[in-house]
Design a protein around this ligand. Structure first.
Ligand code: M6R
Length: 366
């Protein structure tokens, strides 16, 4: 049932404050029990971990690219993220103390499932899945599991599954941090308070829709676009580019902004729209310098920043400001505008938003 919405994708974008709040419920009520969050025996198992490998595909992989940074910065444990279909066909070095984390909305993605089986045949016993469908293959095959509570996701383009995966990964980083003694009671309290604010901030980000719709009108006749971000927001640039490609069929590429001078800057001219995720974090000044490089070549800048960065942009630069910068949780908020941009670009182009050509919701073949 679509209710007041035109498409499932739009409905699912708007469900995110609720989906994130539901996914956080068990972690924010009560006393942050690791076994309750991840399953029986989790505390004991996770205590043994000294490395993490995150395996997934598509949007779920982009969530893991954020997650690995949180795991390193919050828990102090080395973490890597890899596409399942790459991992399963290369020679890797198994480590019995490595936690294998699979992320999947559907729980049926063959590439991810087979990567998990491959890890198990290499001897990995510590497996954990973050999944949105309880009765599915990937959580069933994992030792530990966390179910995101996004509810059914119908649109082929993943939206609420992504943001709920992100918060699940944040909880994983916190859990590992608590077990390692890196996150003490005071720090845990601060993190949980920040998480409590998240649904309200997501709602504020959704309120930017009318401004984003105006941008989308300018986008619809473009054939190419660049997305830039750095650090925690580079995966959001990747996600924005994938969403745009997937449903509006506009060719989009994402780069870490620091990579511009190493090649992609050659693409920038007056015709090239460049979307920048310029959150007000410690990399903001670096991103601002990269934006200047684009501006100097006549590129059309579309900048998502935070209110407190006070970034003005200058002539010909389009700026949309999210509410106050949300620290480590910022990528969850910055996911919303890039979803809305892709959605509205697709509406202008008249594509089949919920069922883009050539794609399936769950990719159960190789
Ligand atoms: O169900 P999964 O999360 O395992 O699916 C992985 C990808 O196929 C999926 O995220 C895909 O990239 C989406 N269509 C992106 O919007």
């Amino acid at each position: 049932d679509l209710g007041p919405y035109r498409h499932f994708m739009q409905k699912e974008i708007y469900e995110q404050p609720r989906a994130v709040a539901d996914t956080l419920e068990a972690a924010l009520d009560g006393d942050f029990s690791i076994d309750q969050l991840w399953g029986k025996g989790a505390a004991e198992r996770l205590q043994e971990i000294d490395r993490v490998l995150l395996l997934a595909s598509g949007t779920s992989h982009y969530a893991s690219l954020v997650g690995r940074q949180w795991i390193e910065s919050i828990a102090g444990i080395p973490a890597a993220a890899e596409l399942g279909h790459e991992y399963r066909y290369r020679e890797s070095i198994p480590d019995p103390r490595q936690l294998i984390v699979t992320l999947s909305q559907s729980g049926e993605t063959l590439d991810t499932y087979e990567a998990l089986r491959h890890a198990q045949t290499l001897g990995h016993l510590h497996t954990l899945s973050i999944c949105n469908v309880a009765e599915s293959a990937i959580p069933r095959a994992s030792a530990l599991r966390f179910l995101t509570r996004a509810g059914p996701e119908i649109g082929v383009a993943s939206t609420k599954a992504f943001t709920t995966q992100l918060v699940a990964l944040y909880l994983l980083a916190l859990s590992l941090g608590v077990l390692r003694g890196r996150v003490d009671a005071t720090a845990l309290h601060t993190h949980r308070e920040a998480l409590r604010q998240l649904p309200g901030s997501l709602q504020q980000a959704l309120n930017l829709e009318p401004q984003i719709q105006l941008w989308a009108n300018r986008f619809a006749d473009k054939e190419h676009a660049l997305f830039l971000g750095r650090g925690l927001h580079y995966p959001i640039a990747l996600e924005g580019a994938l969403k745009l490609k997937e449903i509006s069929y506009i060719h989009a590429e994402a780069y870490p902004a620091g990579e511009l001078k190493h090649g992609p800057l050659a693409l920038v001219d007056r015709q090239m729209p460049v979307v920048v995720i310029a959150a007000n974090d410690q990399l903001f000044e670096k991103v601002a310098a990269n934006m200047q490089e684009v501006h100097a070549r006549g590129g059309q800048l579309y900048v998502f920043t935070d209110l407190d960065s006070h970034y003005e942009g200058g002539e010909g630069v389009h700026v949309i400001r999210l509410p106050r910068h949300a620290g480590l949780l910022s990528p969850v908020l910055h996911a919303i505008p890039v979803q809305l941009l892709a959605y509205h670009a697709a509406l202008v182009k008249g594509t089949d938003v919920d069922r883009p050509r050539n794609l399936a919701k769950a990719v159960t073949v190789e």
